[in-house]
Ligand binder design. Sequence first.
Ligand code: TMP
Length: 245
Amino acid sequence: MKLLYEGKAKKLFAGPDTGTVIQYFKDDATAFNAQKKDTLIGKGILNNYISSCIFEALNQTDIPHHFIRQLSDREQLVKEVQIIPIEVIVRKVAAGSICKRLGLKEGEPLANTLIEFCLKDDSLGDPIISREHIEVMQLADEFEMDAMTSMAYRVTDFLTGLFSMMQIQLIDFKIEFGRLNSVGGFHEVILADEISPDNCRLWDMKTNEKLDKDRFRRDLGGLIESYTDIANRMSLKLPELKAEL
Ligand code: TMP
């Protein structure tokens, strides 16, 4: 397979048909802009199963996305898009960087769902940017920004409901969007990347136990057990968690 791109947690390979890409989930875990790194056996498999299930469930909505189907334990077939270099972060409860930045207390519900934009650039540490920065840097146009913002709210409602059925509270998450190649100059903006406990904060509703990548970021241990717990609550039939070949 032809490697197109290697990220921190995934590799992208050319897909079988034009306009398709194979997304391969690695076991690598990074945090704090890759200053902290490890390999957690089976994480890629768990994220592939969890993200595939979430994107399949998104078919119940009219939110357009890149997911076509899961191909194997670590691979999924997706539509080829040009990723818009903006990380869209949605927060419902204060946690993580917003607590450090603004002095909010972790676990405090926010008055409204908050959307933040970060520049997707590891060398700059993914800095937070405003709509005005996005306009000046021409990262996305006004229509794309409106589309991403309204989709982010719809994804939030959808994920909140999905996780609450599993007794999980959605605290915050990060999503990315891509431009679908099309003829005639018009590009549809669709949800891309992954939705997994690597890029969502998910707390058990009763105990507030962290079930997401904060287990790695904060050295809490038990990341694989927590991701497996999420997969089990989603009733996913998991394979044996083996190391990558
Ligand atoms: P933050 O509190 O560190 O800004 O993270 C907010 C949410 O975004 C959290 O669910 C983790 C996710 N996230 C990513 O998926 N990738 C990243 O590079 C960062 C910084 C956060």
